[in-house]
Design a protein around this ligand. Sequence first.
Ligand code: NAD
Length: 492
Amino acid sequence: MSTRIIPVDAFDFVVFGGTGDLARRKLLPALYHRMQDGQIPEGSRIIAASRDELDSPAYRSLVLGAIESSVPDDVRDTELLERFLACCHHVTVDAGSELGWAALADLLAGREDRVRAFYLAVAPRFFGPICERVGQSRLVTPKSRVVIEKPMGRDLESSRLVNDAVGAVFSESQVFRIDHYLGKETVQNLMALRFANALFEPLWGAAHIDHVQITVAETLGVGGRGSYYETAGALRDMVQNHLLQLLCLVAMEPPESYTADSVRDEKLKVLKALRPITIENAAQLTVRGQYMGLSTARDRIPAYTEEAGVARSRTETFVAIKAEVANWRWAGVPFYLRTGKRLPSRVSEIVVAFRPIPHNIFPAGSGAVQANKLVLRLQPDEGVKQWVMIKDPGPGGMRLRHVPLDMSFAEAFGIRNPDAYERLLMDVVRGNQTLFMRRDEVEAAWRWIDPILEAWENEGTAPNAYTAGTWGPTRSVALIERDGRTWHEETV
Ligand code: NAD
């Protein structure tokens, strides 16, 4: 296995909010690793634009700190680090006033023919004003792109406003809506498994698949992000984007080709085929939860309301949904989705559960024949496990065992497992939108989410309480057990 470097020309990468948490923890380390792999050509520049009053040397100290705290000592290289710092610049810019825009324009001037990426690592309320000023300052060139992060609105209407504001300055082919789950190795592998093997596709549908589970579990609480979380909740923060994107990749028809619009056309069809959840059926198909605190002999885990700083809150920190893709391929196959904070382990995975065998030929003492499962794990250890029945080796008659054919990517290929941002940032530079969401996808996702939010609002009840460190409210277990199924054991 070798890393393949697709060469690019020198580029300018402008990070609005380049001093913030996202830039320090994700964007700068990702760019550092791309330089380490030889993918950032000489002359490229990382230009941070933020409200902080820093000159470029002071910004380089901040970058140094960011790299030191996220890149392990043994991977750091002094010469490389110096080269990386030398390409970092900072301009003090205010999204809401004239401050700094002329300086930014001066810095960019004369490089109009190179790729220019604008990454908006700032609060969403600045997306519109920044795009407007980028336009007014005449910074948009034919090779310009803009990258926006979630949250892209908090419902269909507000998401349209964000898209309109960005779309007033950039054409759709220049807009990169990032969902870092799509940059994960396992997610790419889901596409490879489905569309580069003859093995899975004939089985991929209601005739052979019993159900699908998608779990994105976090152990942490909201911590210092309480005021943001109060405006979002798990449905908006995780389901509308990450979980629905994963569902789309499992459920979509084979695209005509592995190109941005073919893939996104197929994902859009899945979103449109999701059976609506409304006031009439929300109580049966959805579960909301909110974590309570937990005191142990050694410490105390605060409740959501303590962390968010609000005594009474109906914001959900857990959600489980039984979804259905109402089309020929998937009719009747439930897609169980769940995500939450303060759960027992940090795990993101997709479980494709196949139907049981139609008839068991083995004698009673052979052991139970369990149905096949394909488990795609996105984190913590990315990899794929295909659970199959085998004969226990050795003499002693036929004894059956359910075992995983395990492929942990990092181990199997002996490579560093790159962070999703590394791939995605370079896709921005290359202009490849395949792993980014198109406007109509984001809006179709909100179109399915909005009625759920309305139904919950209409119920007027608080989310079900669950104790921190458990798998959510008991109603989540009931949601799947009612159908004679259980949440996949490895995650429980
Ligand atoms: P942050 O508060 O740490 O940083 C905000 C940045 O915006 C700073 O650089 C600040 O100087 C700049 N800024 C603030 N006001 C400004 C103004 N008026 N003009 C110009 N710059 C201004 O925020 P963050 O955690 O880095 O998040 C940035 C965005 O990314 C948010 O939309 C967030 O929801 C999203 N996001 C963050 C993460 C993460 O891991 N931090 C993950 C996913 C999405």
